[in-house]
Design a protein around this ligand. Sequence first.
Ligand code: GLU
Length: 310
Amino acid sequence: MVDLAAIVAEIAEEMRAETRRGTVASYIPPLACVAVDKFGLAVVMADGAIHAAGDAEEAFSIQSISKVFALTLALGAVGDQLWARVGREPSGSAFNSIVQLETEHGIPRNPFINAGAIVVCDVLLGRLQPREAIGQMLRFVRELAGDEHITIDETVAQAEQDTGFRNNALANYMRAFGNLNGDVDLVLGTYFHFCALAMSCRQLALAGRFLMDGGRVDGHRIISDKRARRINALMMSCGHYDNSGDFAYRIGLPGKSGVGGGILAVAPGIASIAVWSPGLNAEGNSELGQRALERLVQYTGWSVFEPRVG
Ligand code: GLU
């Protein structure tokens, strides 16, 4: 029997001593000013037990982790029709890369790169006004986490807007290929607000429970178990940009990272895990977050490739 409380505390202690912490994202001031020595870890077990350590209660910008929740909402809205407009293959490219869009006629490789998530927002805006889509997202993560205090950081959303030249280029390029129907500014405004969701490790790990538990939260069905499996599969293959293969190799769990330094990882049937450390590696994924998850799976043996998990 593994003592999760002790393991989580031990990992936080180990990470405190680490000197190689990566580099904090600097493209917008609200992210650039986050202290590099922050570290939080929260593990929510299938039985509801929560183990947390470090800065696990401090809200941070979840950024691209929101792409998981946006995908879930879009699949709920249009089902498999979504896949006519976005692929399911790892990109092997940076999160904001434009190169593949030309040869692949404006169809992004997957919903977890920026171009893919922008299409996902466009799909949501096929039925809702931006304000409604943002409200729906906020209600969704609050419901998943069982926490009404989750908010969107308007300063981050505005800063994304002010500096979003590449995302503008991606959106306009896809529009030229006919793969974006809405007004580019409204689609991007929605996308930036999703990126600006502020959540703590505890809130994020709680919000990830539906992926741990076959689409359910506390016995209440959110999505089908088949859809939960498939979202997990996409997180495993595409959740870390051009670092996805290495993440699968080192950690062996579905995960999604964001440039705020957060990672949501899922051990199906066992635990939902959120880790946060703002320093990033060269591919834009949390340096210590990945290391902490590597330690966690070493201690526990959790892996979707493990013949007997638990
Ligand atoms: N707001 C970031 C962007 O669109 C999100 C990227 C990320 O978290 O990977 O550039």
